[in-house]
Design a protein around this ligand. Structure first.
Ligand SMILES: [Zn+2]
Length: 107
């Protein structure tokens, strides 16, 4: 116990070396994205609703702006890709989604 301070120094690391924790969303999770929740690499308007089912949440934050962190998410448009008549196919949507929005869906 007397050497606690030394042990603490060994295990305490500067906070900046920790990447933000990215929630793992199971494939098939429905993301209900609203204006400001998502962002596209192209100059598409981002003020529309966009529902998608998750195929994969990419590891790592891609971008930081306006105090928000953005993460790439691939998946499928909902509901058009959720119809039973749709053949299985590679993810057809790739969007940047705000990290806090992902966390909200991870609950
Ligand atoms: Zn699709």
């Amino acid at each position: 116990m007397g050497e606690g301070a030394g042990a603490e120094a060994m295990t305490t690391k500067p906070p900046h070396i920790y990447p933000p924790e990215i929630p793992e969303l199971a494939a098939g999770t429905l993301l209900r994205l609203r204006s400001g929740d998502w962002h596209h690499i192209h100059d598409l308007p981002c003020n529309a609703y966009c529902d998608m089912t998750v195929a994969k949440v990419h590891a790592g934050v891609t971008r930081e702006d306006g105090g928000h962190l953005w993460v790439w998410v691939t998946g499928h448009d909902h509901p058009t890709c959720s119809w039973s008549s749709v053949e299985p196919h590679a993810p057809c949507i790739e969007l940047m989604v705000r990290l806090d929005v992902l966390r909200r869906h991870a609950r």
